[in-house]
Design a protein around this ligand. Structure first.
Ligand SMILES: [Zn+2]
Length: 149
């Protein structure tokens, strides 16, 4: 950050304010010439690239995720709004990770974690599509518990 008056890079932050868009405004004082100026940092939300099982990368596809969750929730007592909220939460969590890449497994786990709280059948449906056999054995205990009278 250069002082607009003397181009010095040495400055002291005197005040920091956050705006509703997630931007940060900083009042600075130049250490060299003593003049004051403001800088504004805009938060750029970026969704990481998804690394698939075969190591290929693809852009995070919100619509695709939405379709997958909707399919798992077919004929279950889960509203469109709940599904929308779940997908929004997953997308926001991915952005908050601040990573450039993330495995598809992490995304799947995020969805599964949330579906578990929402609807057990949808949760099992999604998990059975998403997870591999070893993981399915691991959740079998959960399923057994659900089937107990
Ligand atoms: Zn200066």
């Amino acid at each position: 950050m250069r002082c607009p008056y003397c181009q010095s890079e040495e400055s002291k932050v005197i005040d920091t304010t956050h705006d509703s868009q997630g931007g940060i405004r900083r009042r600075r004082k130049c250490e060299k010439c003593g003049k004051r100026y403001s800088t504004y940092e805009r938060l750029i939300r970026q969704t990481p690239l998804i690394v698939k099982r075969d190591s290929t990368r693809e852009e995070f596809d919100r619509e695709k995720l939405l379709r997958g969750v909707r399919t798992a929730c077919t004929k279950r007592p889960v509203s469109a709004a709940q599904i929308e909220t779940l997908v929004n939460e997953v997308e926001a969590s991915l952005q908050q990770l601040g990573r450039s890449e993330i495995t598809s497994r992490v995304v799947g786990d995020m969805v599964i974690e949330r579906l578990k709280d929402l609807d057990h059948i949808a949760y099992i449906r999604y998990a059975s599509v998403y997870l591999q056999m070893a993981d399915l054995h691991a959740i079998r205990d959960e399923i057994d518990k659900l089937l107990e009278p």
